[in-house]
Design a binder for this molecule. Structure first.
Ligand SMILES: [Zn+2]
Length: 134
């Protein structure tokens, strides 16, 4: 009887553990760097410390393309005819075109990646400039 009563009392304490102000604003976002509270429009950059909160999708795509470009460069250096392109799985015409345009392919893939990464960097930089100006 006495034990049961004390357990019930403990439960009430647990229920009231969180202050009301915390419960009413559960979605308050904070900067992971300086822990300042973030306003609604702070999506990319923290207005207090200018920490990059979110990486633009273009940056991730750019990195993927650059890695792909490096992989293609590696394949080109290794030799396109030695990585199984001429094994018969791919039509010979396609293989010949691919080998002929390999430097272009490498440059193009890497270029797209670099362009996307640069665009993402510019996006972040302009957001930082906007935050500083505000
Ligand atoms: Zn911050």
């Amino acid at each position: 009887m006495v034990i049961r009563g004390s357990l019930r009392g403990r439960k009430n304490i647990d229920a009231n553990y969180f202050p009301a102000s915390f419960l009413s604003r559960p979605m308050a976002r904070r900067c992971p760097e300086c822990y300042a509270e973030l306003p609604e429009d702070a999506v990319w950059v923290c207005p207090t410390c200018h920490y990059t909160l979110r990486t633009p999708p273009a940056a991730k795509a750019g990195i993927v393309f650059m890695v792909l470009g490096l992989a293609l460069l590696g394949a080109f250096v290794y030799g396109p005819d030695r990585i199984g392109l001429t094994s018969g799985l791919v039509p010979t015409d396609l293989v010949n075109v691919t080998i002929a345009n390999f430097p272009l392919l490498v440059l193009g893939t890497f270029g797209i990646g670099a362009f996307l990464a640069a665009a993402a960097a510019l996006k972040i930089r302009s957001e930082q400039a906007r935050v500083v100006a505000a």
